[in-house]
Design a protein around this ligand. Structure first.
Ligand SMILES: [Zn+2]
Length: 221
């Protein structure tokens, strides 16, 4: 039996073709001719609720986005292994010469939660298990969580610490460190509250997260 292309996608494409494409046709044509020149790279989570283009109201060509489990940047490791996120980073910095890199974390991150719970499918032999060990140094700095039950505050702090770890790992890439030092590139952290829609931005001076826009919704989470 042949399974048809998902109807949701066909319907969605139809809506795009009828509503959005007419307004953006010239933009697409220009982008096709001149190539992309985004100034911002976003490193976000695969989580279906945290689409950077939706959160930042972005048009085609504006943001270079890489998404992976828990929005993590691995440390610079030039070896024989395959490096998806590092490849995207290399292209964004070396070829596109983006001016900003934003590590976009979010509330209720399944990857972070699973690391905290040491839950399935995070056995060390699985890809996710290995991938998430990247935040072990961040977790170590944070100390143990309080009690055995749910500790929402701990998860939140771990989500923040993971962003911090990724920002740290970004600086292990020589060309990132060079461009940051010369002022051509800036690194940022941000955190999206899925339930509230509130976007927090990392204050580079003290590492705290503060609302990106003061006039937005104020609910927590
Ligand atoms: Zn996530």
């Amino acid at each position: 039996m042949t399974v048809p292309f998902p109807k949701r996608l066909v319907d969605g494409y139809r809506a795009f073709r009828e509503v959005r494409l007419p307004g953006e046709r010239s933009r697409f044509a220009a982008l096709a001719e001149k190539g992309q020149r985004p100034e911002v790279m976003i490193i976000g989570c695969c989580d279906s609720r945290v689409s950077p283009e939706v959160i930042f109201d972005a048009s085609p060509g504006e943001m270079f986005v890489v998404r992976n489990v828990a929005n993590l940047v691995p440390p610079y490791a030039p070896d024989e292994h395959y490096h998806g996120t590092s490849s995207a980073l290399e292209f964004a910095v070396q070829a596109l010469k983006v001016k900003h890199i934003v590590v976009l974390g979010h509330a209720h991150c399944g990857g972070i939660q699973a690391f905290a719970d040491r839950a399935a499918p995070l056995s060390p032999g699985d890809f996710i298990g290995k991938w998430m060990t990247m935040i072990a140094p961040a977790a170590e700095r944070l100390g143990p969580k309080h009690g055995n039950g749910e500790d929402e505050d701990y998860i939140r702090r771990l989500e923040g610490a993971a962003i911090e770890q990724s920002l740290h790992n970004l600086m292990t890439f020589p060309y990132v460190a060079d461009r940051v030092a010369s002022g051509e590139l800036a690194l940022h952290g941000a955190y999206f509250g899925v339930a509230s829609g509130v976007l927090l931005v990392r204050d580079p001076h003290d590492g705290t997260f503060v609302p990106a826009a003061a006039d937005g919704p104020v609910a927590d989470g």
